[in-house]
Design a binder for this molecule. Structure first.
Ligand SMILES: *Cc1c(COP(=O)(O)O)cnc(C)c1O
Length: 225
C-alpha cells in the first residue's frame, strides 16, 4: 500500500523531533515505477528521486526533463556506464572503488558543475552487497577530493535487515560514527544516506540526513528489483 507523501513527510518530522535532530531529506526511490508515478509525486512537491538502473533512469529523465528534478543513482554502477551517469545524474550514492571515481570525474561535463557523490559502505560486511569496507573510506574520500569535477557529500549504506532491533541500530550507529569522523575532516561532507521503507525511523533516530524510500511511498514495485 502506498502511503501519501504528506504522511511520509510527517513521519520523518516526527522521528527527527523525537530524536532531537533536524528532519532528513526524502529521496523517493522510483526504480521500476513508471514516469507517471514520478510526475505525480513531483506535482506534490517532491524533487529528489533515486534510481538503480541506468537505462531505465535515463528514459525517465528524458521524459520528465521539463520538471527539473534531482536524480540520484543509488544502485551498483559498472565503470563502463560511468559516462551517461556522469552526464545526466546529479548525485551518485554508490561510489565504492577508485576506478569509479576516476571514470565519473573523466566524464562529468564542466558546465554541469561537480557531481555530488556519496561513498557506499558495506557496513555489515555482507558478501552479497557492494560498498567499500569502513577502513577504505578515507582513501576513497581522498581520491574524490582530488577530482574537481566531483563533490564529496558523505556516506551511504544499506545495512543488513537484521531481525533484532539492536543489531539494526548498531549498524546505523557505526555509520554515524564513520560519518562524523569524515565530516570533521572535510567540511563539505553533510549527507548520511541510510534508512529505507522498513527502517527509516530507526535510521533517523541514529542520525540519517537523507532517507531512501520506495515501497512505502509508491506501493509494491510493479516488477521485482
Ligand atoms: C530499492 C532501494 C531502496 C528503497 O527500498 P524500499 O524498501 O522500497 O523503500 C533504498 N535504497 C536502495 C539502495 C535501493 O536499492
Amino acid at each position: 500500500m502506498a502511503t501519501p507523501l504528506p504522511q511520509i513527510l510527517s513521519n520523518l518530522h516526527n522521528a527527527a523531533d523525537a530524536a532531537g535532530r533536524p528532519p532528513p531529506r526524502l529521496l523517493a526511490v522510483s526504480k521500476t515505477q513508471p514516469a507517471e508515478a514520478v510526475a505525480a509525486l513531483a506535482a506534490q512537491g517532491q524533487t529528489a528521486f533515486g534510481e538503480n538502473y541506468v537505462q531505465e533512469a535515463l528514459a525517465k529523465m528524458q521524459e520528465l526533463q521539463r520538471l527539473g528534478l534531482e536524480w540520484h543513482l543509488i544502485g551498483h554502477l559498472q565503470s563502463n556506464k560511468a559516462e551517461p551517469v556522469a552526464m545526466h545524474f546529479d548525485w551518485v550514492q554508490s561510489v565504492d572503488r577508485p576506478k569509479l571515481v576516476t571514470a565519473l570525474a573523466r566524464y562529468r561535463p564542466a558546465e554541469r558543475g561537480p557531481l555530488n557523490v556519496l561513498i557506499q559502505v558495506n557496513i555489515d560486511d555482507e558478501s552479497s552487497k557492494h560498498g567499500c569496507v569502513p577502513e577504505d573510506v578515507e582513501a576513497l574520500a581522498a581520491a574524490i577530493l582530488a577530482e574537481p569535477n566531483l563533490r564529496l557529500r558523505g556516506l551511504m549504506a544499506i545495512p543488513a535487515p537484521w531481525p533484532e532491533a539492536e543489531r539494526r541500530r548498531d549498524a546505523f550507529v557505526r555509520m554515524r560514527t564513520l560519518f562524523e569522523a569524515l565530516a570533521a575532516r572535510h567540511p563539505q561532507v553533510d549527507t548520511l544516506s541510510m534508512g529505507m521503507s522498513s527502517d527509516y525511523a530507526e535510521a533517523i533516530a541514529e542520525g540519517a540526513t537523507l532517507v531512501r524510500i520506495g515501497t512505502a511511498l509508491f506501493g509494491a514495485r510493479p516488477r521485482p528489483a
